[in-house]
Write a protein that binds this ligand. Structure first.
Ligand SMILES: *Cc1c(COP(=O)(O)O)cnc(C)c1O
Length: 365
């Protein structure tokens, strides 16, 4: 058997008719960028998350950097972010000229709340929480710390659409929640897309202006902005998918439960979920001391896997100028060598899941 690391066609075919009808409707409408589909999606996604406002954007990276731009966090400012994050999280900070201050993760691979306070200086302006692999970080403690030190709180929810902490959705704890709708995300479009959510109407208006060349009214440009508009086709397709997001997330959870029940190899460490947190299981990430051997073994068995992520941002070539070195963040660096993402996507059959479990259980040193 061959099990792919990811495939997006199965979820498409499940709701094919709805997607195709919506695509034809938008194509025939004669209106393709920032129109009624985007407006409707923004309203529906805000409603789904429980936020007051949503602004559709062109990507998750844009959501991040426009969030920090709207918060006026830039040159000379520091933003605390977990070290084992995706490179785009860090770019969202540095595009504005701010400096990322890295913090090691906890046992759930999320930002470790207990390590944040010692890093706070007079330059610290914000904490960027990345809800990695679909699980909410421990938001109770993080919100408390941000309140106490008067820090802005931005959430990167690109992998965690619908995840909760204490019954409240990610993206609604801080000032701004940032989302990506890249096709492989739980709420993925059929191209690029992103959004921010916020309860602050002023911030929403600022980002709405920034996404369209800094203008509210055509040709009246108030600030230097970006072209970061969500298009009508993606917004329409996202509206269809949003209607199925709970089903989509439930299926991810069922696959995760199946893996957790089935995998019993003592060489493999399975993921844990923190008390109060839920995960929408964007990825099912195991750990193994000889990860590369495990990956090669699974590949030989026909099971494709991915590594999220092999190079932590502080060791990335793109951030050489930050002057970090190997050994500075040992937990993060060890994770980069040990994590492995098993196949996790909608339409992954029970037989395929069983095949993955048996292949993992057969692995020996
Ligand atoms: C995908 C992702 C992003 C970037 O989203 P794009 O839409 O690809 O720009 C940012 N942060 C995290 C955690 C992601 O997984």
């Amino acid at each position: 058997m061959e099990v792919w690391a990811n495939r997006l066609d199965r979820e498409f075919y499940r709701y094919q008719k709805e997607y195709e009808e919506k695509a034809v409707e938008v194509l025939r409408s004669g209106w393709y960028v920032l129109g009624k589909e985007v407006e409707a999606f923004e309203k529906e996604f805000a409603g789904y998350t429980g936020a007051a406002h949503c602004v559709g954007l062109a990507s998750g990276l844009d959501a991040l950097w426009l969030a920090f731009r709207a918060l006026q966090i830039g040159s000379g400012d520091e933003v605390i972010v977990q070290a084992n994050s995706y490179i785009a999280c860090v770019m969202g900070i540095t595009i504005n000229g701010a400096t990322p201050v890295f913090v090691e993760p906890d046992a759930f691979y999320q930002i470790d709340p207990e390590r944040i306070e010692p890093l706070i200086t007079e330059r610290t302006k914000a904490v960027l929480v990345v809800h990695l692999y679909g699980q909410s970080a421990r938001m109770d403690r993080i919100v408390e710390i941000c309140r106490k030190h008067k820090l802005r709180l931005v959430e990167d929810c690109a992998q965690a659409h619908g995840a909760e902490f204490g019954g409240k959705q990610v993206g609604t704890f801080g000032d701004i929640g940032c989302f990506s709708f890249y096709p492989s995300k739980n709420l993925g479009a059929y191209g690029d897309g992103g959004a921010v959510i916020t309860d602050n109407g002023e911030l929403a208006d600022k980002i709405r202006i920034l996404r369209n060349y800094g203008s509210e009214k055509k040709y009246h440009n108030q600030v230097v902005g970006a072209n970061s508009r969500l298009d009508e086709l993606q917004a329409g397709l996202l509206r269809v998918k949003l209607g199925h997001l709970n089903e989509i997330n439930r299926e991810h959870q069922e696959i995760a439960e199946h893996y957790t029940r089935g995998i019993v190899n003592p060489r493999i460490q399975k993921p844990q979920t923190a008390r109060g947190a839920t995960s929408v299981w964007h990825q099912y990430v195991v750990r193994c001391a000889e990860r590369d051997r495990l990956k090669a073994y699974l590949e030989a068995q026909g099971v494709k896997t991915e590594i999220h992520y092999p190079i932590p941002p502080h060791l990335s070539e793109a951030y050489r100028e930050l002057g970090h070195h190997k050994g500075e963040f040992p937990i993060t660096e060890r994770l980069a060598e040990e994590v492995l993402s098993l196949p996790m996507y909608n339409g992954l059959t029970k037989e395929e899941q069983q095949y993955v479990i048996e292949a993992v259980n057969r692995y020996e040193e």
